[in-house]
Design a protein around this ligand. Structure first.
Ligand SMILES: [Zn+2]
Length: 437
């Protein structure tokens, strides 16, 4: 399998220079397989794809935009009918990906090994753009699982290098979970002598503040962010304080590695070999360069649970062609999910994090939001339509105090609907103090 994975990587190093026509032909060829497979083996798509299927079985690409948009709620409500009853040969074993409540409700999606390999290869390609050295050590600060990768041990993940790299040149990678405090992440990175650190932008921003407060500089060469786009203030703080280069991956658990930043600036190149991306306006028409629109993706290789024209829930803006030579289309800006930092009277600033999956199970509520309402006070707002429902408040208080701060006062507020911002965004961790960011 190493050989196949090397071949995928080599192809990506060439296809990044393909002309737009050449890329479109490649995408359509792959998408045709996906559409035929979905129509045949995935009940959810049995009739949804009818607009593009001609009577002779060929695909009419001019009618692509008539395929209805798949929404996040489908992943919750139609989950069973979205799973393939059969996989194409060679697509291999499957696994489940849990995605936390970035739009209000947690979801689980199924993925397959071929998708995993192409996904791994686009990440390695982007690491190559940014001159990262696979023989060095990388630390990730991620994951909500409170049982795995706890500080101080963390978890050794094997090498992060591509599988075809010779054994002596394969650097180690380690994980510590999101519950790890900034102080302990700093200790861990220093102990592992890691020049590379990866996490969500908001966590890295809070880490940067902590290194400043504790006067403990980290010798990081490259900081990798994943998830949604990085805001200007996050980027500025991370760069200014940590003094590292930044490489940002735009990705989601249910979707794929959608895009990665170019080494020449803050803009992103779309991973077109993995994903057919559309930026659409309010009337579902393609946006022009510079015009903000909704991100709609079609991961090309997910045959276990195809997401055809899936609304990612983010807003992005296409940018002009890049001068770096790569011809992958450009996203100049991505604005997506929001997490506010919580700030406390003694100067402590944290990116709050609860173990979402575990929390949903134990607290007993799928949709919840944690809001800082006072210097040492938070609201746990949760959505329920049943007036007699009683959540496990003792568990929630214990979880919040042990993960955030032991001196927090926790109030419980039942809501009938998911609280969204005026722009329709859900903020899982929100601060109602002035200037949360
Ligand atoms: Zn570029």
């Amino acid at each position: 399998m190493k050989i196949l994975r090397k071949k995928i990587f080599d192809m990506l190093m060439e296809s990044q220079f393909w002309s737009p026509d050449q890329m479109l032909a490649f995408q359509r060829n792959q998408l045709a397989h996906l559409l035929r497979h979905a129509k045949k083996n995935v009940p959810f798509y049995k009739t949804r794809l009818d607009p593009v299927f001609m009577t002779n079985g060929e695909i009419d690409w001019n009618r692509w935009q008539e395929i209805p948009i798949t929404k996040r709620r489908h992943l919750v409500e139609e989950r069973d009918s979205m799973l393939a009853t059969e996989l194409p040969p060679g697509h291999g074993r499957t696994w489940e990906e849990f995605s936390s409540g970035s739009s209000g409700t947690p979801i689980t999606t199924r993925h397959n090994i071929l998708e995993g390999w192409v996904s791994e290869a686009v990440l390695h390609r982007a690491q190559r753009w940014h001159g990262m050295d696979w023989s060095r050590t990388s630390v990730s600060w991620r994951g909500d699982d409170g049982l795995l990768s706890n500080w101080p041990e963390g978890k050794e993940m094997g090498s992060w290098a591509p599988p075809w790299i010779a054994p002596g040149l394969r650097g180690n990678s380690y994980h510590v979970n999101r519950a790890t405090s900034q102080e302990n992440v700093i200790e861990y990175v220093l102990r592992k002598s890691a020049p590379y650190l990866a996490s969500r932008p908001k966590l890295l921003q809070s880490l940067a503040f902590a290194t400043e407060r504790l006067k403990t500089p980290l010798n990081l060469d490259v900081v990798t962010t994943f998830g949604t786009g990085v805001t200007d203030d996050e980027r500025d703080d991370i760069r200014r304080i940590l003094g590292a280069k930044m490489f940002s991956l735009y990705s989601s658990g249910e979707g794929c590695k959608i895009a990665a930043t170019c080494e020449t600036g803050h803009h992103y190149h779309v991973n077109q070999e993995l994903n057919y991306l559309e930026i659409l306006d309010d009337k579902d028409r393609p946006c022009a360069i510079g015009q903000p629109g909704r991100v709609v993706i079609t991961p090309i290789y997910n045959t276990a649970q195809p997401l055809i024209r899936y609304d990612q829930g983010d807003i992005a803006i296409r940018g002009p062609a890049c001068s770096c030579g790569k011809r992958l289309p450009v996203l100049q800006e991505i604005s997506g999910r929001v997490i506010h930092l919580f700030r406390f009277p003694d100067g402590q600033t944290i990116a709050p994090s609860l173990p979402n999956k575990e929390f949903v199970v134990n607290f007993g509520v799928k949709t919840w939001q944690l809001v800082q309402t006072g210097p040492l006070e938070v609201d746990l707002r949760y959505v329920t339509t049943d007036p007699d429902f009683i959540p496990n408040k003792a568990y929630a208080i214990e979880a919040i105090r042990s993960r955030l701060r032991p001196d927090l006062k926790v109030n419980f507020v039942a809501l009938a609907e998911t609280p969204l911002t005026a722009a329709g965004k859900f903020i899982l961790y929100k601060s109602e103090l002035a200037n949360p960011n």
